[in-house]
Ligand binder design. Structure first.
Ligand code: MN
Ligand code: MN
Length: 276
């Protein structure tokens, strides 16, 4: 049994559990996202900021959350099924999971587990990219395809995307084919978010942010959200947020650590929202 599995049995229902998934082998352009969980934890524990959320929850004294550490992973398809099994076990004990990536390929096995535990759930994906390529570079499981696989294999799940600014003709077809609501960044503002019904899962690819706010990602896509835009979205979510991931932090592109610090703050706000 791994360290995470040993602790699952002792968790109370309703606990928010953080797990790290240090996997970047499905990144198509640059490696480095495997170092994401470590960098987020270092920023969170650096003492540079306190542990209170903007909405007034002090995670320093709040006992409803815990960090289970990083998964130790095999590679290839085995890694993806390990992720699905671990998340499924956490959900079976009534735990809500916040996952630190890792590249975005990890969200597909996470959502396979979530869709079984929460039929009819809604997923909000904040991302510069739709990640719905049927295949990319010869792979159907790279970080460019997780939401194609999810929509194929998780019937009943609704997907809303915001921040999108990289649509190709193929990706527009995929959005139609899967019935995805894609809010393109060119005409998006925080007050244009649709009303999202729970249970709700948030998948936060840090490249949804403008590279001015978040340079520490593998794919710099100008014209994105501000840090405050993303915070407004998180604060405006319904209270039925049952899970989230924060993915694509690439510390090798983040020389002064601003993206890690932002990722840590977003994680803090997400834990706060998952607790209330
Ligand atoms: Mn993505
Ligand atoms: Mn992206």
């Amino acid at each position: 049994m791994t360290a995470i599995e040993e602790r699952i049995g002792a968790l109370e229902r309703g606990t928010v559990a953080i797990i790290g998934i240090p996997l970047d082998e499905n990144s198509t352009f640059l490696k480095g996202a495997a170092q994401g969980p470590k960098a987020i934890r270092e920023a969170l524990n650096s003492g540079s900021s306190n542990m209170s959320t903007e909405l007034g929850i002090d995670l320093g004294s709040e006992k409803g959350w815990t960090d289970l550490g990083d998964m130790s992973l095999a590679s290839g398809a085995d890694a993806l099924s390990q992720i699905e099994q671990t998340v499924a076990r956490l959900l079976a004990t009534g735990v809500h999971v916040l996952t630190l990536g890792g590249d975005h390929s990890i969200t597909y096995p996470i959502l396979r587990a979530y869709s079984k535990a929460y039929p009819g759930m809604t997923v909000l994906q904040l991302d510069a990219h739709p990640d719905t390529y049927d295949e990319f570079g010869g792979s159907r499981h790279s970080h460019a395809s997780p939401f194609a696989r999810t929509m194929e294999e998780c019937p009943g799940m609704a997907l809303v995307q915001a921040g999108i600014r990289t649509l190709t003709p193929h990706l527009r077809e995929q959005a139609q084919r899967f019935g995805i609501t894609a809010l393109e960044m060119r005409d998006w503002s925080p007050d244009k978010m649709p009303r999202l019904e729970g249970p709700l899962y948030l998948s936060l690819d840090l490249d949804v942010l403008d590279p001015a706010y978040a340079p520490g990602v593998s794919h710099h896509e100008p014209g994105g959200m501000s840090a405050r835009d993303v915070l407004r979205v998180i604060h405006g979510l319904p209270s039925t947020l049952v899970g989230a991931d924060v993915v694509e932090l690439n510390p090798s592109r983040d020389p002064v650590g601003v993206t890690s610090m932002l990722a840590a703050k977003l994680c803090k706000e997400l834990v706060g929202r998952m607790l209330c």
